[in-house]
Design a protein around this ligand. Structure first.
Ligand code: SF4
Length: 84
């Protein structure tokens, strides 16, 4: 389970009913796995792959499943104020 889902469920902020799912293709490598981006409040909170996909069968490598935190344009809370 992604830490985002674990943390949000623990905090009571995980809301399936407010999430949308956008299908796309992972561009990290040439395999091109099918991705489902689960978005809540304009933030990707989980990435899955369709279980009925004939190539991935719902599986993804660690980059495809957990690399989504690197594509979010979020301010770095540790950066100096002028760089946020
Ligand atoms: S999920 Fe992994 S194997 Fe699939 S395209 Fe992305 S990086 Fe490549």
């Amino acid at each position: 389970m992604p830490t985002t889902e674990f943390d949000m469920r623990a905090a009571g902020t995980w809301a399936d009913e407010r999430q949308t799912v956008t299908e796309t293709i992972c561009g990290f490598c040439g395999v091109g796995c099918a991705l489902e981006l689960h978005v809540q409040d304009d933030t990707i909170v989980k990435v899955t792959s369709p279980p009925d996909n004939p190539i991935t069968h719902g599986n993804l490598c660690v980059k495809g499943r957990f690399g989504f935190q690197h594509v979010q344009n979020r301010p770095d809370p540790d950066a100096p104020a002028h760089r946020r």
